[in-house]
Design a protein around this ligand. Structure first.
Ligand SMILES: Cc1cc2nc3c(=O)[nH]c(=O)nc-3n(C[C@H](O)[C@H](O)[C@H](O)COP(=O)(O)O)c2cc1C
Length: 185
């Protein structure tokens, strides 16, 4: 897992190649294996591979969603907020797990934030997505995870770039100075 974490980057350019059903099914399995508070599983997912729908979803926001147009899949992460007061956390965990699973299968992915974002001055991204996909009114939309075969290569973030000063040991006054291997660099 640490090797996958070390090499994962957000991928926004995709080859025009479909994700076949067996791979898609593994991604769906990863979503449904996510842990959730009290095992409430408040989430619901819409897995989109229809090109016309992906194109429409790509304009869910003015910025930061257009690359969905070229993705093989968009996984729309939704939740019934009546089922859990921590649905945002539950959805986020499912989303990152499917991103890591995609990476483990040689696919690239990127998170597209929908919750609290706007499609235009008067329409929220959530409302736009709800209309495109015919989602029922009670479903919240957290994000769309775009997935496809990478058409860009990104370098892993080097360990030297990690912000170890964000970590404290035991007491806030006690900063973590990084792993021993880093000190030797
Ligand atoms: C909560 C969240 C929301 C994000 N929203 C977007 C988005 O709307 N569009 C986008 O292109 N990237 C989005 N990203 C991806 C981040 O920009 C990306 O993870 C960050 O720049 C670090 O780059 P890396 O993933 O390659 O390490 C989002 C990531 C997270 C965790």
């Amino acid at each position: 897992m640490i090797d996958l974490l070390r090499s994962r980057r957000s991928i926004r350019r995709y080859a025009q190649k479909a994700v076949e059903s067996p791979v898609r099914d593994i991604l769906i399995e990863a979503l449904l294996r996510a842990p959730s508070s009290r095992d409430n599983q408040p989430w619901e997912f819409v897995v989109v591979d229809d090109r016309a729908l992906l194109k429409r979803l790509a304009s869910a926001k003015e910025h930061g969603s257009q690359f969905l147009d070229k993705a093989a899949l968009g996984i729309v992460v939704c939740a019934d907020s009546r089922k859990s007061d921590v649905w945002v956390e539950d959805c986020s965990i499912a989303a990152i797990l499917v991103q890591m699973t995609a990476h483990s299968l040689g696919l690239g992915s990127c998170w597209i934030q929908i919750r609290k974002r706007k499609h235009s001055a008067t329409i929220t991204s959530e409302r736009y997505v709800r209309k495109v996909l015919g989602l029922p009114a009670h479903l919240k939309v957290e994000a769309i995870i775009s997935i496809g075969f990478p058409a860009e290569q990104k370098k892993p973030v080097p360990q030297s770039a990690l912000k170890y000063d964000k970590v404290r040991l035991n007491h806030y006054a006690n900063p973590y100075s990084g792993p021993a291997s880093r000190k030797a660099e």
